[in-house]
Design a protein around this ligand. Structure first.
Ligand SMILES: Cc1ncc(COP(=O)(O)O)c(C=O)c1O
Length: 394
């Protein structure tokens, strides 16, 4: 056996998202790319904004010695300072450059956090449905992911979170706007969660961190703003990236920012920086750090995603599907017309429409549509959704 037993097990249970994406490759080869409507992967189809290309050209024209060499494992101070200034405004609390570590995307950020804060057997709570990679990220560092139910409308069940907290609880992950539901947790709820974690932390005698996983923070529609978790709870650690809002998912650039009110913050930062190094990331990609320093607040054109969202939402609801209102991100999470969401995704796949069964997110009975796709894909799939809606809802 060329692989270890643990990874073998993980490979067998490998993510539904990837499974559907790979299935898409096979179907495209068989039926032609234009006949396959692939909503399986959250890979932004928009190009990065023009500002990104401009900054990249400027950076290439500005050579200086050492630009390709090792740097502080936390990342360039210039970049961390630009981010700290931006976050101080965005989060409504002071954020310091010393409390930021540049990482290889949000996935890298989460792994760095778990490496730094977890002891073997520590528990991390997450409301479900959830981004399924959390399970592997927590397990990578000896922790155990515990799923907590949400309410039927996917709002947080604070009593459920409270009941799930044990002396082993080290962190709670909150992903807002949420993948896969598109939900944003309102300010009142996150403040109440902050108070709950403060109280429970005092009871259990250890800090319970709130990990804000926010790669979709800038992808919001309408007037809804994403409330600041840092302002709601002092033991918040933010993990994010430019993968989605600048369409830089392949460039692997993101960061961790820790709340300045965390006790022994210098020790935490030392742990995060060391984790970045010994996980083998060493530091985040240098050129991208330089680029994002000059692109604070810039994001892709959200009108394209909003139009995709509205077209699909209108067609699905119009043909009988129940679809919770998504406030942000680029996902819809409709209810499956039959209980078995895997069988329903299979039925769609037979019609060359690829979605991910909710089971893949710990949210059975639903399916996820990633609408960060071309307009042709949206328009091509709509008649198929309508026909299937007709079949089930009349
Ligand atoms: C909720 C969530 N967190 C983290 C990530 C990882 O993002 P990145 O590509 O920046 O590592 C994703 C990617 O899809 C995501 O949906």
């Amino acid at each position: 056996m060329p692989v270890g037993k643990k990874i073998e097990g993980l490979m067998e249970r490998s993510s539904w998202i990837r499974k559907m994406f790979e299935e898409g490759g096979r179907l495209r080869a068989e039926h032609g790319a234009e006949n396959v409507f692939d909503f399986s992967l959250g890979n932004p189809n928009l190009e990065p904004p023009a500002e990104f290309h401009k900054v990249l050209n400027e950076l290439i024209a500005e050579p200086y010695p050492g630009r390709h060499g090792y740097m502080s494992n936390a990342g360039y101070l210039e970049t961390r300072q630009a981010i700290a200034d931006y976050l101080t405004e965005e989060q409504g609390v002071p954020v310091h450059a010393d409390n930021i570590v540049m990482t290889s995307g949000a996935g890298g950020a989460l792994n760095v956090i778990f490496k730094a804060i977890l002891d073997a057997g520590d528990e991390v709570l997450v409301p479900r449905p959830y981004f399924v990679e959390y399970g592997s990220y927590v397990d990578n560092h000896g922790g155990v992911l515990r799923l907590v139910d949400t309410n039927p409308d996917f709002s947080l069940d604070l009593d459920g979170i409270s009941a799930a907290i044990t002396p082993k609880t080290r962190a709670v992950i909150l992903n807002s706007p949420n993948n896969p539901t598109g939900r944003i947790y309102p300010e009142g709820t996150v403040r109440e969660l902050g108070r709950l974690l403060e109280r429970k932390g005092a009871e259990t005698g250890r800090i319970i961190f709130l990990i804000a996983d926010e790669p979709y923070r800038k992808i919001v529609y309408g007037d809804t703003a994403v409330p600041s978790l840092m302002a709601a709870y002092k033991n918040t650690i933010l993990a994010t990236s430019y993968s989605k809002d600048l369409s830089l998912s392949g460039e692997r650039i993101g960061f961790v920012a820790a709340g300045s009110g965390i006790r022994d913050i210098q020790k935490l930062m030392g742990g995060l920086v060391l984790a970045n190094r010994i996980l083998g990331f060493v530091n985040a990609p240098a050129l991208m750090q330089r680029a994002v320093a000059r692109l604070q607040g810039v994001h892709v054109d959200l009108t394209f995603y909003k139009e995709n969202r509205d077209l699909l939402l209108g067609a699905l609801r119009g043909s009988g599907f129940t679809v919770p209102e998504p406030d942000g991100a680029f996902y819809l999470f409709p209810k499956s017309p039959i209980e078995d969401d895997v069988a329903f995704a299979q039925e769609l796949q037979e019609r060359l429409v690829l979605v991910v069964p909710g089971t893949g997110f710990g949210g059975p009975g639903h399916f996820r549509i990633a609408y960060c796709v071309s307009r042709q894909t949206v328009e091509g799939a709509i008649p198929i959704f309508e026909e299937i809606g007709h079949k089930y809802f009349g």
